[in-house]
Design a protein around this ligand. Structure first.
Ligand SMILES: [Zn+2]
Ligand SMILES: [Zn+2]
Length: 291
């Protein structure tokens, strides 16, 4: 009975960890579906512009851009998830230890600089940045490129969806800034449950709200990681005010995104080998906190 209980608990725990992935996937596909609908059926929403803009080829350009972004989000997310950044299966160099090496008592091994133990992944991770709760996976040396590309296309996709949904806001508010329209935009769930709005109006208002909130959140993450990429720092090093491995702007781009850093973000299919092994790093600054 105890083992059945613990198995059930473990399964529930795993489901809780997977929940953000399912929720994210659902939101990404819902937003793409809604924006595709806006382009194909509704655009432009404002009556006076109908049949004047949005020719077939212009709609095709919109749809192709959307699916290019969606494809890149999904493919990068999949590769990020499947590329383990951990030390498992990596030859760390035997007893060759130098500055920055530590001993991990959980993994029972010496670990290289910038490597640290993740208590969620239960393993040490090379050039560990942080543990991403949305994918239940660590961001590290081998999968940083996919993480950043996924973030880039989520940001651009949400920017696009927010601009497209701006028309939804305009149409709702053009009907008159009433308490009803303001409440629909602010608390769509309560308006739906209380029977004040139709399911269609709720779906549009909910997705428009999700785009705005998602865009603000993803912008914060994306620009923080661009800032760290340019500085050659991990989130952990930024927290502890250390920047000992910066190689200058071009060096940082090359050592994080790979040799084809200038083009690899366009598609995860473009090979871009990263110089270095994630174990040895050139020290260019103080290992102590700099402020
Ligand atoms: Zn460890
Ligand atoms: Zn982790």
């Amino acid at each position: 009975m105890t083992s059945l209980g613990s198995r059930l608990f473990c399964r529930m725990e795993r489901m809780c960890y997977r929940l953000p992935v399912f929720l994210n996937t659902f939101l990404v596909f819902s937003i793409t579906g809604e924006v595709s609908y806006l382009v194909m059926v509704e655009a432009p929403l404002e009556a006076d512009q109908k049949k004047t803009a949005w020719s077939t080829w212009w709609k095709a350009v919109h749809l192709l851009s959307q699916y290019f972004m969606l494809g890149n989000i999904c493919w990068n997310a999949l590769l990020f998830y499947r590329t383990s950044p951990s030390i498992k299966g990596v030859f760390l160099g035997g007893e060759a230890m130098g500055q920055g090496w530590r001993y991990c008592y959980t993994c029972e091994t010496h670990t290289p600089p910038r490597c640290s133990h993740c208590y969620d992944c239960k393993v040490c991770v090379l050039r560990r940045d942080h543990h991403c709760v949305f994918f239940d996976q660590c961001v590290g040396f081998r999968n940083y490129r996919y993480f950043l590309s996924c973030l880039l296309f989520m940001w651009s996709g949400l920017l696009y969806a927010t601009l497209m949904n701006a028309e939804v806001f305009i149409v709702i508010l053009k009907e008159g800034v009433t308490l009803h329209s303001v409440l629909l935009l602010l608390i769509p769930w309560i308006m739906l449950i209380s029977g004040q709005v139709s399911a269609r109006a709720f779906a549009f208002a909910f997705i428009a709200d999700t785009c705005v909130v998602g865009f603000l959140l993803v912008s914060a993450f994306f620009f923080l990681h661009l800032f760290l990429l340019f500085r050659g720092q991990t989130t952990r090093e930024w927290y502890s005010s250390r920047r000992p491995y910066s190689l200058g702007l071009l060096g940082n781009l090359r050592h994080t995104l790979g040799n084809r850093w200038y083009v690899c973000w366009l598609s995860p299919l473009i090979p871009s080998p990263i110089p270095g092994d994630g174990i040895n790093f050139v020290i260019t600054g103080s290992l102590e906190p700099c402020r």
